[in-house]
Design a protein around this ligand. Structure first.
Ligand SMILES: Nc1ncnc2c1ncn2[C@@H]1O[C@H](COP(=O)(O)OP(=O)(O)OP(=O)(O)O)[C@@H](O)[C@H]1O
Length: 370
């Protein structure tokens, strides 16, 4: 008999609890003093299951990249714990941390800036193998750990990302943006990681190339048994690849649900606003749709609003409670968590949006589906 409690526990690859990253704001010419903190990530709980794709979305500045970096320990969290397969990363130092790091890799937005232009593709891909060595699994496939077997692994991976072997002798500037991203992906995958965090992996690419790269990520996930966290400001990109989605606002996750459910039934006013701004291709549906305008700009993460941090822009805001009481992320439906005092009332229409208007998608921080 399956036991849902223990099965869930062993199924979770990445388990983050109460993660905070606060950057000090320093002032003073003579004496350097800390005058405040940018609360880039401000208490995030996140459990990502083995083999799943978790999408992290939100507008620019909400803390997505900082959270991704904190999960990989590229940024030291100021509070909270991050466990990978049951190992607490914060407790590790030196060689032990380096060994664990190999299990997690990052794919960056701009492949050119993350690749050394003076290194050939072969050298770029051999470098992580030289630093970390082959995994046990690779050694079984490619033989003992040596330069020759490293090269066999590199050749295998360049083929898997759809580039010819001749690419290995070339340099990053000789490739198109899409090809460079394939190289960035091959480089991340060559270490056989378990978890890959892709930070805006296609936002620097032409729309025509975006789908190819997303498809490649999906194929590699199936072939290599990977777990993904895909970070994007574009809901359309995340929808395609993610099984589950977390929506971030000012350093917190405000809604989390299975991808299909989130799109069909968004419950947090921020998610509702973001989704209402995506144009629908059918003009009849498009004209009849209610659009919700997000008032104002993203508040400063150095000084987040009191109560619910979304209340200053929320079209469903109820005075008093929303202004003063900080809502927790709670399970409103099975597997669907929302940080809003009035999620149920909004969902069943008892509370409606004040002043629904046409929204400017660019201002809302989202890019419409092509
Ligand atoms: N090293 C740092 N020092 C101080 N503040 C920082 C630092 N890194 C990020 N921030 C601030 O933290 C907040 C979150 O930044 P982050 O880059 O994580 O957001 P994001 O959602 O990934 O946005 P974008 O998509 O624009 O990268 C921003 O206000 C940013 O200015």
């Amino acid at each position: 008999m399956p036991n849902p409690e223990t099965d869930h526990a062993t199924d979770v690859l990445l388990d983050a609890r109460g993660v905070q990253v606060h950057f000090p704001i320093r002032r003073g010419l003579v004496i350097d003093r800390t005058v405040g903190h940018v609360r880039a990530v401000d208490g995030v709980d996140l459990a990502v299951r083995r083999g799943e794709s978790f999408g992290l979305v939100g507008e620019s500045g909400c803390g997505k990249s900082t959270l991704g970096r904190a999960l990989l320990r590229l940024e030291k969290p100021t509070a909270g714990t991050v466990e990978l397969g049951g190992t607490d990363l914060a407790a590790l130092r030196g060689e032990a941390l380096r060994r664990e790091r190999r299990r997690m890799q990052m794919v960056f937005q701009d492949p050119l800036s993350s690749l050394d232009p003076r290194m050939s593709v072969q050298s770029l891909m051999m470098e992580p193998l030289r630093v970390h060595g082959l995994s046990e699994r690779d050694r079984d496939t490619f033989g003992a750990d040596s330069g020759r077997t490293h090269l066999a692994k590199v050749r295998d991976m360049i083929e898997r990302v759809g580039l010819p072997q001749s690419s290995l002798a070339k340099y990053p500037h000789e490739f198109s943006g899409g090809q460079r991203q394939r190289i960035g992906i091959a480089r991340a995958m060559v270490l056989n990681p378990e978890l890959v965090i892709a930070d805006e992996p296609v936002s620097a690419l032409d729309v025509s190339v975006q789908a190819q790269v997303i498809n490649l990520l999906e194929d590699l996930q199936d072939d290599l048994g990977l777990t993904y966290i895909v970070i994007a400001h574009d809901l359309a990109v995340v929808r395609h690849i993610a099984d589950r989605i977390g929506v971030m606002y000012l350093g917190r996750i405000v809604e989390e649900a299975d991808s299909d459910e989130l799109y069909a039934m968004p419950m947090h006013p921020y998610t509702i606003s973001l989704l209402s701004a995506i144009p629908v291709p059918d003009p009849d549906v498009e004209d009849a749709r209610e659009r919700i305008l997000l008032a104002g700009d993203l508040p400063s993460p150095a000084n987040p609003p009191s109560g619910c941090r979304f209340h200053t822009r929320c079209p469903f805001r109820q005075p008093e409670r929303c202004d003063t009481e900080d809502p927790q992320l709670v399970e409103v439906l099975p597997g669907h968590r929302v940080a809003c005092h009035y999620a149920r009332e909004i969902n069943d229409g008892r509370i409606t949006a004040a002043g629904s208007q046409v929204v400017d998608p660019e201002r809302a921080g989202i890019v419409p589906e092509a």
